[in-house]
Structure formats: structure tokens, C-alpha cells
Design a protein around this ligand. Sequence first.
Ligand code: FAD
Length: 391
Amino acid sequence: TLDHLVSDFYGYQDFLTADEQRHAAEFRAVFEERVRPIADEYWARAEFPKQVIPWLADLGALGPFVPEVRRFENTAVFRGWMALEMGRVDASVATFVGVQSGLAMGSIHVGGSPEQQADLLPRMATGELLGAFGLTEPYSGSDSARGLRTTARREGDDWVLNGAKRWIGNATFSDFVVIYAKDEADGQVKGFLVDTDLPGFRADRIEDKIALRSVQNADITMVDVRVPEAKRLPGIRSFRDVATVLRLTRCEVAWQAVGVAVGAWEAALAYAKDRQQFGQPIASHQLIQDLLVKGLGNITASIGMCLRASQMQDAGVQKDEHSALAKAFATARMRETVAYAREILGGNGIVLDKGVARFFADAEALYSYEGTREMNTLIVGRSITGFNAFV
Ligand code: FAD
């Protein structure tokens, strides 16, 4: 059975089915017993703990799109809860899952041919095949809908890709990257399954990050990389199709942000009950209780918003602006909450082994990736006012 988290103050977990609660309990056990003990160490070394990949595959975390492999109903609500459970322990591992099963498999799910889906998705679900998602570029982040400079030129049965990508998670060790590029002929964005061992393809690790240090992000360069037409995703016809992939995953990032807030908040609560100053636990001081309660309010409001956004996704009525609001709101509340937690720990808030510093740092990456707070705000702003304020 799944115990109620102290941070799940309104008992939102009761919205999960009994079966989902059983699977969530398995997630929690594996993350507590196996991932938590190694998370700080790998983060400090800036190394990805690859031993987690089979554990994740056994849990079904990589297989929501693959009926033969997944062990639970593929609902947005459960995928969200899974992201919370993972983010609560290690946002780097949660991000690995987000890239593999959300962005890379999601691209194939949305844009792949039936043959591509049948060939790739089952092997990705078991972790045998690893993918990455290459959209962002050195000169194009928030404006990737219009600003992509990577080009694709059709030559006979092949496409020739040229350009650069930045920040591409898992790409230093993945087997392939879904590369989004502009077709030189029609100017539309198309998607390609690009094997990382192809001539002309190079992925260099981005060094010295201060957030999500275990995630391996790459700078990619492509010089005349030749890809057969059979490796093009036929269902990606323009940026609108890429936006469909992002709409689905953005909500999960919002849930993951709640997980990061929960992880930091739980550590701060335990610390506040234990740490004595002025002859009593700091948890007995009103100002510390104020920080804890504000953090709890942030978490509670964010879970409520994420839950409803995911229910709307399951009902097929979720629009871009719904997931955008959840992502903008939950990440902003996460950033406040991890800062309260750090404050509660005093000096110990900035060292890894006291349980808050890693969440505090990782929050900065979640705040900006998969659409910054500003971009998601403008998506909602456009929807409620009718005015496009991007440009
Ligand atoms: P910019 O777009 O340059 O923005 C800089 C600032 O300007 C931001 O605050 C932004 O909100 C603001 N801004 C921009 N335009 C406007 C405007 N019109 N109005 C107001 N403010 C504006 N990408 C991938 O493709 N694949 C990945 O796997 C991936 N993983 C990532 C992992 C990490 C750890 C990080 C940090 C990033 C990752 N990204 C990935 C890239 C990520 O999606 C981008 O960082 C993000 O979209 C923002 O782009 P940018 O960093 O280029 O910032």
C-alpha cells in the first residue's frame, strides 16, 4: 500500500486507482532504497548512474507507450504521479526518464510510422535502446518554433543534415537522437532519427553545470550527416507536431517540479524537528513554522493544478495553455519552496549531505527547461487575451 506523504496534505493520492497506488508504492520503494543512497554521490561527480536504467525498465517507467511492457494503465495522472515520486528523490533520474520515455519516445509515438513505432518503442521501453530529443540550438531556445537553423536537404533517398544543437539530455550515451531540422525546400520543421555513430555527428558533454549535474547534456554538431528517408518521422510535418509532443511532456515536468519541492520540504521538516536552537527545536519557532506552512501551501496548490491538468489530458480536452499554466505555476512555487527549505537549514542548506542543496540547485534547471516561465506565461497570456506577446 501507498502511505500518504506528509506533504500530500489533502490526500491527493486518493485520486489514483488502487492498482496505480500499488505501482506508485513500488516506485517509492525502489527510489528510496536504491536511488536515494547514490543520488548525491553521482550528482557531485557529474555522472549518470546507468545502473538505474534496468530498475526503471522493470518498474515500467520507460514503457507508458508500450502496452506489452507497461505495468499500469497509461494515464496522464499516473505518469504525473510517477514524475512526482521520482523528482522527490532525484530530479536527474526523473529527467533521464522524461527525455527517454517522454520526449524521445513521445516524438516517435506522435510522429513515427507504424513500422518505426513497432521497431523502436518496445526496445526503448526495456532500456535496450536509448534515445534523446534534439530541438534546442545554440542560437535558438525559446524561439525554436521559428528560429531553428539546423537544415535538412533531400538528396535522392537520403536527407543531409547540417547544424548544431545544445543542451541535448542523454545524448552523450544515447543510441540515437531525434533531430528537428528545417527542410531547405519547404521551410517546415521535420524530425529525423539520427544514430549517434553516423559520420559527421558529434556530441560533446556540457561541463561544470550547477544543476541536474547527473544528467549528461550535450552540444551536438552535424556536418553533412546522411540519414535515409526511412529514418524521417512522417508524422512531424511542422512545428505544430513538435508542440504536441511538448504539450504532453510539459505537464509531467510540472509534476516533477512538485516532486523537487516535496523532496526539499520533507528534508527541511525533519531537520526543523531535530535541530535545537535557543534550547528548543527550531520547528517550535513561529517563523520556521511560517516557512514550512508556506511551502506546504505551494505544494498543495501545485498538486491540485497538475492533477486537474492531467485529468484534462486524459479526457482529451487539455490545450497548450493548460499544461503551460501548470508548468509555469508549479516551477515558480517549487523555486520558492526549495528556497524556504534551504533557509530552514541555515548553513547546512548549502551542503549536499544535509538533503536540501541538491534540490535547491536542480530547481533552477526545471524552472527553465521545456519552456521557461516567461514562455509558458506568454502561451497562457495569448489564450486569455487573444494577443500574441511573443514578438
Ligand atoms: P533563451 O530562449 O535564450 O531565453 C533566455 C531568457 O529570455 C529566458 O528567461 C526566457 O524566458 C527569456 N525570453 C526569451 N524570449 C522572450 C520573450 N519573447 N519575452 C520574454 N522573455 C523572453 N532542449 C532540448 O531540445 N532537448 C533536451 O533534452 C534539453 N534538455 C535540457 C536540460 C537542461 C538541464 C537545460 C538547462 C535545458 C535543456 N534543454 C533541452 C533546453 C531548454 O529547453 C532551453 O534551455 C529552454 O527552452 C530555454 O532556452 P534558452 O536556454 O536558449 O534561453
